[in-house]
Write a protein that binds this ligand. Structure first.
Ligand SMILES: *Cc1c(COP(=O)(O)O)cnc(C)c1O
Length: 317
């Protein structure tokens, strides 16, 4: 399959309507990158598809036949790389933090079913994943591979995510949006989106992690890129619900309400927190009347099965 820009991979931009939006005088769209899938598994899709795009092109052009990457046991990135390997014909190795559990959770079952070789390492060993000695140990063990960092964030990922910004500008009638919102784990998607957006658009990140270290990391990613723009961007840090994969009933109720009323399924780790945040900001009158806002659905729906298995069928599919 051609890796080049392909019309059939243009994800829809859908208008979202409702009384609150009318009252506040704002217009909202969702960029449905969750529908950007080559395999119908809801894994090689969303921002992971964007971030892997140029990494896969590079791996192929350098004649690697194996991808090696890192992640936690429920990682969307692990599922995406496993699926990408199957679809694009790469052998894949996943270095997984923690011990192997039997049976495997749905994410790792899926990864293994895609042909990914799972290699479990202790949390302390995993912490050393960036060191040269760990990487050389891995090449000793697995031979040649193309390494992709945890979460898939590198400069090639920014290049893929930049296309998300360009696409939104092409698809939205009446000119570029005033705001684009996206959730942040490593901040790679936000950084790429900034580089690909119109200078008039303000970018809003929603951190799914506790703390405010992401602003610095996104700035660092921008500094390492060829970006010289002056976009206004800001990361909201009050919508993490206690930290990564933490949640409360309000979040669950919002996700189920949104799914029922708007017909769009959100995940509890990433997109649910972003949409909750955007909805809250709209309610609080944060956006001036007449604002045109695009929320990016970065995918992540593969994680719902594992989440429901762990916490008890909270998210209605
Ligand atoms: C991985 C992931 C993110 C985080 O993306 P970053 O580029 O690491 O900030 C956001 N949303 C979903 C659905 C993800 O799977």
């Amino acid at each position: 399959m051609s890796l080049e820009k392909n019309k059939s991979f243009l994800s829809p931009l859908e208008r979202i309507e409702g009384p609150l939006l009318e009252e506040r005088g704002v217009k909202l769209w969702m960029k449905r990158d969750d529908l950007l899938s080559e395999d119908n598994h809801h894994a090689f899709c969303g921002n992971k598809w964007r971030k892997l795009k140029y990494n896969l092109i590079r791996a192929k052009s350098e004649a690697h036949d194996t991808l090696l990457t890192f992640g936690g046991a429920y990682s969307n990135h692990i599922a995406a790389v496993a699926s990408a390997g199957q679809v694009r014909g790469f052998h894949t190795i996943g270095i997984i933090r923690g011990e192997r559990m039997t049976p495997l959770n749905p994410t790792l079952q899926f990864a293994e079913a895609c042909g990914m070789q799972l290699h479990f390492v202790s949390r302390s060993a995993y912490r050393n994943r960036h060191t040269n000695s760990f990487l050389s140990e891995l090449s000793h063990q697995f031979g040649d591979f193309f390494p992709i960092p945890e979460g898939g964030t590198n400069q090639l990922a920014l290049k893929g995510a930049a296309e998300l910004g360009e696409e939104i500008n092409q698809q939205l009638a009446g000119g570029p949006p005033d705001y684009v919102g996206v959730c942040c784990g490593t901040g790679g998607t936000l950084a790429g989106l900034i580089t690909g957006s119109d200078p008039q658009t303000s970018l809003l990140g929603f951190s799914v992690l506790k703390g405010d270290f992401l602003t610095k990391e996104v700035q660092q990613l921008l500094n390492e890129s060829s970006y010289t723009g002056q976009h206004s961007w800001h990361i909201h840090t009050q919508y993490h619900f206690g930290g990564y994969a933490k949640f409360d009933q309000r979040l669950i109720d919002f996700i189920n309400w949104f799914g029922e009323k708007k017909g769009i399924l959100l995940d509890p780790i990433y997109t649910g927190k972003m949409m909750f945040g955007i909805w809250d900001l709209i309610e609080k009158g944060h956006f001036p009347k007449g604002s045109r806002i695009v929320a990016v659905h970065t995918g992540g729906l593969q994680g719902i099965e594992g989440f429901n298995e762990r916490f008890g069928e909270l998210i209605k599919k």
